[in-house]
Write a protein that binds this ligand. Structure first.
Ligand code: NAD
Ligand code: ZN
Length: 270
């Protein structure tokens, strides 16, 4: 921590003090936490072959109906990339923090599985998951056979012959109300909201930090860039998740680290 600029190390000390006293932390993550694992943000994904497509062509039910193979292949490639990707120091630090705190809920906008791979057993995915599939028409869940995940066209639904699609939230679609309600309940009840790697531009996820603050929570933001949430945050940690999150739980540097020893408890229910 000695090598950090003063404004950052002061903010780290403040954040550690707040976390050491917290009973319930809600942690909202976005694409930024996975960036250091090599998973690009939505617009960064649109490179090479995919660069000339409009996001709505690739991430909407209408775009999927217009060209099922194109959308299937785009998600298949993202899914394949995810299989080869490992969690980074930021994901791992959140698992460590969760082990110290009486309650720690992970709410993510990410469709990857890196929080789970790092060791969280309950993760609330606001925008669905790349590794989950369902029928576009009858909505029934579907588990593709490994060979189907290598093909260029989506498999047909065995019940209604509809198209199988990734179970992620596309433009124009509602979030799962049960997941959203849990996320709001956690945000309203927590005493600290830790927001990591999100631009705060996608609603309703962007409303959760406001809900938390409105109910008295301290808002800590981790993001190397200033965002829509930064001005209202109580503590800003302007650094990458992989750099700064380990400092929030590092016992080696004892400036103000959480001194709990209550054993791991990861993501309780709302
Ligand atoms: P965003 O792309 O709008 O914003 C990413 C934020 O992360 C930016 O503010 C950026 O400054 C910050 N960031 C970049 N590198 C960082 C790092 N190393 N540490 C901390 N912060 C870093 O992402 P969003 O707010 O999550 O919203 C975009 C939408 O894209 C979401 O709906 C999400 O579902 C989807 N998405 C998900 C994934 C994924 O699952 N990994 C990837 C791309 C997009
Ligand atoms: Zn069906």
């Amino acid at each position: 921590m000695n090598s950090l600029p003063t404004h950052l190390s002061d903010a780290v000390v403040q954040a550690r003090t707040v976390l050491a006293q917290a009973e319930h932390v809600a942690c909202l993550t976005g694409a930024g936490i996975s960036a250091e694992s090599g998973i690009p943000t939505f617009r960064d994904c649109q490179t090479g072959l995919w660069a000339h497509f409009d996001p709505e062509d690739l991430a909407s039910a209408a775009g999927f109906r217009r060209n099922p193979p194109r959308v299937w292949q785009w998600y298949r490639d993202r899914w394949k990339n995810m299989q080869e990707t490992a969690p980074n120091a930021g994901h791992r630090a959140l698992v460590e923090l969760a082990g110290w705190l009486p309650r720690f809920d992970i709410i993510t906008q990410n469709v990857d599985d890196l929080h789970e791979k790092a060791g969280h057993d309950t993760v609330w995915h606001l925008h669905g998951e790349l590794g989950r599939f369902r029928c576009l028409d009858c909505r029934r869940p579907y588990a593709p056979a490994p060979v189907e995940l290598t093909q260029d066209t989506p498999p047909p639904c065995p019940r209604c012959q509809g198209l199988i699609r990734p179970d992620v939230v596309w433009f124009g679609e509602m979030l799962d109300p049960a997941v959203l309600e849990r996320a709001y309940a956690s945000s309203r009840a927590c005493d600290v909201m830790l927001v990591v790697g999100t631009s705060g531009m996608v609603w309703p996820a962007s409303d959760l930090p406001c809900a938390a603050q409105a109910h008295g929570a301290c808002l800590i933001e981790v993001n190397p860039q200033s965002t829509l949430l930064s001005a209202g945050a109580d503590i800003c940690l302007p650094a990458s998740a992989g750099q700064v999150l380990p400092l929030l739980c590092s016992q080696a540097d004892d400036t103000a680290g959480p001194d709990r020893n209550i054993g791991p408890r990861i993501s309780g229910d709302a």
